[in-house]
Design a protein around this ligand. Structure first.
Ligand SMILES: *Cc1c(COP(=O)(O)O)cnc(C)c1O
Ligand SMILES: [Zn+2]
Length: 416
């Protein structure tokens, strides 16, 4: 069977076949994967998908995989849960959480993009895979490279969270800490990619990487019973995920798997690094790069590669963007944990805080179906939240001691 996809320039439309390249040589615009949807239509059906494996490979027909690619890593198909208690708190009657805090194998949605990027790395014959990362991508590349037998070189800003550093090293990856912010790390990686024959998942393999994000959108639609939500709130770093969920919804509509609906896309950022939400709110044509200063390290990209396309997608959809302070990110983490029992990282605090803000501001209609995308796990950013809690002194393991302890606590609570 001939391949039904190839790279296409997003601006001039030139076709580039399949190769490890992310920019058009003619006009320097980004490339994306396009599909021959008519050729795929007969196989990409509800029935075939539902008969597929319980992971993101059930959508393989619309992923850029080499012919005969045998994927074995059960990534994706994370829970979509109705958030009744959180919804009640926020005044929203049909609120759902897409929970990629439990994505396999490294507990963030980045496992999806790495799954499709490594398929491309294999196809193009790379021995070494690499990335610039704000943390979660580092974990995902390191883990999946170990399993697939690639060597991994990972580039990060030096001051990432300890759990994200250890959670990269444990897989045997070579970790390169750079004295600089993510945008500087990423620029260096573009230069290395020109000189070394390495597959950088988010540089020269970026179009293939980005397609993995579509599976979040396919899953949400399938888990809603082959329906699209009315609103979706998506955290933004480079701005890729939000544009690819939109692409996924549009493909499902084009292939007749869901009824057409104008889904409003809402982008979420931290105020300390908000180039995309700033561009949307000020109605700018181009975003202005920023110097990141926020606890939401996984979203701290001041010069987002897909920032322009993300802000355009948000506006075209009739949605909006917002950002929240570091203090509100912490409150967002607590809000989700205390109402839904889901412990998310700082990026999820951003999503939750922004969802609350958008409902309060009236941008999100509280009686419509709204999905909040939780993209990473709280155990990876424990320092952001642990100082909110104090430890009580340890007590003797005796009932009488506990009885006086609880008495004191009750008095303390009553006195509050
Ligand atoms: C990378 C990341 C995002 C955003 O991804 P982009 O596609 O770069 O916008 C969101 N949440 C988490 C936890 C991430 O690691
Ligand atoms: Zn071009």
């Amino acid at each position: 069977m001939a391949e039904h996809f190839q790279l296409k320039c997003r601006e001039c439309g030139k076709l580039w076949g399949n190769q490890a390249r992310s920019f058009c040589e003619e006009c320097l615009s980004p490339l994306e994967v396009v599909y021959d949807l008519e050729a795929i239509r007969p196989v990409f059906t509800r029935k075939n998908i539902e008969a597929g494996p319980n992971n993101l490979w059930r959508y393989s027909a619309l992923l850029p995989l080499p012919d005969g690619y045998q994927a074995t890593l059960p990534t994706g198909f994370t829970p979509l849960v109705q958030a009744r208690r959180l919804g009640k708190k926020l005044g929203a009657s049909q609120l759902y959480v897409k929970n990629d805090a439990v994505c396999f194998p490294t507990l963030s949605f980045k496992d999806r993009v790495v799954a499709t990027a490594l398929a491309a790395a294999r196809r193009f014959g790379f021995q070494v895979v690499s990335c610039s990362s704000t943390g979660n991508l580092a974990n995902a590349v390191a883990a999946q490279a170990a399993r697939e037998g690639f060597d991994a070189w990972i580039f990060i800003p030096a001051d990432l969270e300890p759990a994200k550093i250890t959670g990269t090293q444990v897989f045997g990856a070579k970790l390169v800490r750079i004295a600089g912010n993510y945008d500087q790390v990423n620029r260096l990686c573009s230069q290395i990619a020109e000189k070394f024959n390495w597959g950088f998942v988010n540089v020269n393999l970026r179009p293939y990487y980005a397609e993995g994000s579509k599976t979040v959108g396919y899953e949400i639609a399938e888990q809603l019973g082959w329906r699209l939500p009315d609103n979706i709130v998506v955290p933004m770093a480079g701005g890729s995920l939000i544009t690819k969920i939109r692409k996924a919804f549009n493909e499902l509509i084009a292939l007749g798997l869901v009824e057409e609906k104008k889904v409003k896309f809402f982008g979420a950022q931290a105020t300390g690094c908000s180039p995309i939400s700033d561009a949307v709110k000020r109605n700018l044509d181009r975003f202005e790069p920023q110097k990141p200063a926020t606890i939401a390290r996984s979203l701290a990209i001041g010069n987002p590669a897909d920032g322009f396309y993300a802000s355009r997608a948000i506006r075209d959809s009739g949605g909006w963007a917002e950002d929240v302070s570091d203090a509100d990110i912490v409150k967002g983490i607590q809000l989700l944990a205390e109402h839904e029992g889901i412990f998310t990282e700082t990026a999820g605090g951003v999503t939750t805080g922004v969802t609350q803000k958008l409902i309060q501001q009236g941008y999100i209609n509280p009686s419509e179906i709204t999905v909040a995308c939780i993209t990473g796990n709280g155990l990876k950013t424990i320092d952001a939240i642990s100082q909110e809690y104090t430890l009580t002194p340890a007590i003797e393991p005796r009932l009488s001691v506990f009885e006086s302890f609880i008495n004191d606590r009750m008095v303390a609570v009553a006195g509050n």
